[in-house]
Ligand binder design. Sequence first.
Ligand SMILES: Cc1ncc(COP(=O)(O)O)c(C=O)c1O
Length: 378
Amino acid sequence: MDGSASELIPVTRPTLPDIARVQATVAESYQAGMVTTGAVVRLFEEEIEKFTGAKHAVAVSDCTSGLILAFAAHLFPRDGEVIVPSFTFSATVLALIWNRLTPVYVDCLAGSMTVDPEEALKAISAKTVAIYPAGVFGLPPDYDALTEISERYGIPLIFDSAQGLGSTYKDRRAGVFGRCEVFSLSPTKVVTAIEGGMVTTNDSELAGKLQAMRDYGKGPDGEDMLYNGLSARMSELHAAVGLLSVRDADALIAARHRLIRGYRGTVSRFRGCRVQETPSDRTSTGNYFSLRIGPDALTDRDGVARALAAHNIQTKRYYVTPVHMQTAFRNMPHRIVGGLLNTLAAARESLVLPLYSHMTDEQQDRVSAVLSSVLTNP
Ligand SMILES: Cc1ncc(COP(=O)(O)O)c(C=O)c1O
């Protein structure tokens, strides 16, 4: 990168461990020809268990497969209802469709954009089999309020924590809440294995099932299939990248928080704009920084995105189409609770700005200068 004013500033980039360290970590497995679900994968799982405090971590090929397996392991009745936010990434709901479960969409909170526990409560019916919140941009939902509902009604909580590895709630790291949490390690995540996913749980029986299910569902003899699984193993090479990445997690997150403080300072001067609220009982991984550009702003959301694009600065209108309105999902069986007004507002207003752990101050200054030029009076 030449650091010039015309250089592309991407919306995200993985901050990867040094290739020589990856090579050294995987060398033994590689030379032995034991290249999948071997010693490095187990080391990575143990590191995640230590990092999150969860009893078990099960590595999978990606978060979507982990979510599909988490639901499949429960053998919920077909057409059971699952309470889920619509302001999330589509993969959250894909896991339900693959399990022939019915999404029941509920609204998010206006400030944090995470699922509104009161709306989740209203959505419960005789057919509800699970409550399925998702973290938003690295910020966890209100785990305690959701756990209280889950325990009161005896309905399991399964968390899509794709962007949340390293986030905290009341001083505990994400990974220990609900029946299980599923993390993504794809290249857009703060901690990455290039591609990968991790399911964490304190439930030993569920962990055992998932270990079999990521390998087609194989039983101990390797011949008789015990479960309806997937081919969703993690390779040793991916695990080596993930292991080194999670060891750097605190520094990767701290670098983002510093940049986020910079953005917050800049955008506080913009009329009609706000940012995702972080309740004082939790911390985000800073996976994404979302600027909410409301109707009173000097330039509308899409105009701001165009102005930044004209300066070779990428943004993401995230999540521009709530899941319940997307082509693949709107004709599938589903239920919608209430008007989803906060979801629709977030989808209209949210613009994700460039943010990655190795982003430089000069790059951030370029983004801020363009933002200031269209969102403040001269
Ligand atoms: C909320 C959410 N769920 C699920 C996923 C899917 O993760 P993966 O690409 O690892 O399958 C993502 C990925 O961005 C996500 O943001």
